[in-house]
Design a binder for this molecule. Structure first.
Ligand code: FAD
Length: 406
C-alpha cells in the first residue's frame, strides 16, 4: 500500500525531509532549522504543532510533493516543461572561469539587477562565521552576486532569507535547488505578498545534497583538519575545477571533481534525494546545469575545459528574461536539441526512470513515500531494463532497512 505523510514528524521519520526550511520560515516560533548529528539541515520542532499548522506545512513541503499549481503539464516526462534549450556561457571571461559551469546563473542574476528588473537576488554563499557552512545571501548589486558564484555541495537553505528579502525588497530573483524552488512556488500559492515580490525562480540541476560529513571526508582525504580550514571551494576556477582548501597556515591543497564529487561527496547524499523526481528544476523559469561533453562511452567527461552551462527555458517569463540577458551581451548561447540532454545529464534521466522501483521498495517495508504521479513514473520505468529496475529496488530496500535500524 503506497502511503504519504500526514505530519511533519512522519516526513522526518520516513527520511523524506529535504532540509529546505519551508516549514521553519513559515512557522518560526515553533520550528528551527539546524544541522543534525548526521550533518543534514533538519527542522527541530520546539513546540507541538496545531492541526492547522501541520496541514499548512504539508501543503508547502517539497519532501511530500514536488507539484505546485505553478507546475505545468510536462511536455517531456523526463525533463519537464521546456520551451527552449541552449548551451551558453558568460561573456565575462573572469566569471565564466570562476563560476560552477559557464556562469549562466550568475550572468542572468547580475543582468536582472543591473537592468533594474529586480532589486535583490536571494541565493546562497559561504557563511562568514564558518568557511564550511552555507548561509542565504541577499545580494543587491552584481558584484555581490558574482562573489557567491559557484556550487556548494553541502546543506544550504536559501529559503531562510525569504521573509527578510520580502520585507526589504520589492522584486526578488530567487536562485536555488529544484526543491528550494518548489517550496517557494508553494509558498507563493498561500502568501500573496511573496507571490507579488518573487519576480522569477532560477534553478540548477541537482543530483542530491551531500551531508556536511561529505565535506569533512574530502578534507580528511586532503589531510587537512576541519579546524584548520580558512577557505574551501567545491569546484570552479575552471570547469569543472577542483575542490580546493586553504588553511590558516596558508597551505593549499586540491582534489579533482571526479574524485571529490564522484568518489566522496556523492556517497553522502541524503536519502530523500535518491527518490527525487525533480532533479532538473521543473518549477523554475530557467534551469541551468553542466553541459557536459559525453566521452566515447557516453559518460560525461570531467576533463578540464572552458565552462559551458546547459540552459533550459521553462516558462514564457523565463524566455523573456533570457532574451533580455542575451540582448545586453551578458551571455553567449547556442541552441541545442532536447535529445542532447540525455548525453549531458545521464544521471538525471536514470534516477527519474528508476524512481518507481525505489518507491515500491519503500512501500514493501511500509514506509511513507512522496505524492508522485505514479502513472507517469510507470511509463518512465520502461526506459530502464528489468535488471536495472530490480537492482534499484533491492538497493533502496537495503538502504531503507539500514536507515530504519539507526
Ligand atoms: C548540491 C548540488 C548538486 C548539483 N547537482 C548537479 C547535477 O546533477 N547536474 C548538474 O548539471 N549540475 C548540478 N549542480 C549544479 C552545478 O554545479 C552548477 O551550479 C550549474 O551547472 C549552474 O552553473 P552556473 O555556472 O550557471 O552557476 P553559477 O553562476 O556558479 O551560480 C551558482 C548559483 O547557485 C547557488 N548555489 C550554490 N550552491 C547552492 C546550494 N547548495 N543550494 C542552493 N543554491 C546554491 C549560488 O548562490 C549561485 O547563485 C549541483 C549543484 C549543487 C549545489
Amino acid at each position: 500500500m503506497l502511503k504519504s505523510c500526514e505530519t511533519l514528524k512522519s516526513v522526518l521519520e520516513n527520511n523524506l525531509c529535504v532540509g529546505c526550511g519551508a516549514c521553519s520560515v513559515t512557522t518560526p516560533e515553533k520550528i528551527k532549522l539546524n544541522l543534525n548529528s548526521e550533518g543534514y539541515l533538519r527542522p527541530f520542532i520546539k513546540e507541538e504543532l496545531t492541526e492547522q499548522e501541520e496541514s499548512n506545512i504539508l501543503k508547502i513541503c517539497p519532501g511530500v510533493s514536488v507539484d505546485s499549481a505553478f507546475y505545468q503539464q510536462s511536455k517531456d516526462k523526463l525533463w519537464g516543461p521546456i520551451i527552449n534549450s541552449f548551451v551558453g556561457w558568460s561573456s565575462n571571461d573572469e566569471l565564466r572561469h570562476k563560476a560552477s559551469s559557464g556562469g549562466a546563473i550568475t550572468s542572468i542574476a547580475t543582468s536582472l539587477l543591473s537592468q533594474g528588473e529586480v532589486d535583490a537576488v536571494l541565493h546562497t554563499g559561504v557563511d562568514t562565521s564558518d568557511p564550511l557552512k552555507n548561509r542565504y545571501q541577499i545580494s543587491t548589486n552584481p558584484e555581490d552576486v558574482m562573489k557567491h558564484a559557484g556550487s556548494r555541495y553541502a546543506p544550504a537553505a536559501p529559503l531562510e532569507g525569504l521573509f527578510e528579502a520580502i520585507k526589504n525588497y520589492k522584486r526578488i530573483a530567487f536562485i536555488g535547488k529544484p526543491c528550494d524552488v518548489v517550496a517557494v512556488r508553494k509558498i507563493c500559492e498561500i502568501d500573496e505578498e511573496v507571490r507579488e515580490k518573487i519576480h522569477c525562480c532560477i534553478s540548477f540541476m541537482c543530483a542530491g545534497v551531500p551531508s556536511l560529513k561529505g565535506t569533512h571526508a574530502v578534507l580528511k582525504a586532503l589531510e587537512v583538519d576541519v579546524e584548520d580550514v580558512k577557505w574551501f571551494q567545491y569546484r570552479g576556477d575552471g570547469w569543472p575545477g577542483q575542490a580546493k582548501v586553504t588553511t590558516h597556515e596558508d597551505l593549499s591543497r586540491g582534489m579533482s571533481y571526479d574524485n571529490s564529487w564522484g568518489k566522496i561527496l556523492n556517497r553522502h547524499l541524503q536519502f530523500r534525494c535518491k527518490i527525487c523526481i525533480d532533479g532538473t528544476g521543473e518549477s523554475a523559469d530557467i534551469t541551468c546545469a553542466d553541459a557536459w561533453h559525453g566521452d566515447t562511452n557516453g559518460y560525461p567527461s570531467f576533463d578540464e575545459q572552458q565552462g559551458r552551462s546547459l540552459i533550459l527555458i521553462r516558462t514564457e517569463h523565463g524566455r523573456n528574461i533570457l532574451n533580455r540577458v542575451i540582448n545586453n551581451d551578458s551571455l553567449v548561447v547556442e541552441p541545442i536539441d532536447v535529445t542532447e540532454l540525455q548525453k549531458m545529464q545521464p544521471y538525471q534521466a536514470s534516477r527519474k526512470s528508476l524512481a518507481l522501483s525505489r518507491l515500491l521498495a519503500l512501500a514493501t517495508i511500509n514506509m511513507r513515500i512522496p505524492k508522485y504521479n505514479l502513472k507517469m513514473l510507470l511509463s518512465l520505468s520502461k526506459k530502464s531494463s528489468l535488471k536495472e529496475n530490480v537492482k534499484s529496488y533491492l538497493g533502496t530496500l537495503t538502504r531503507a532497512l539500514k536507515l530504519r535500524k539507526l
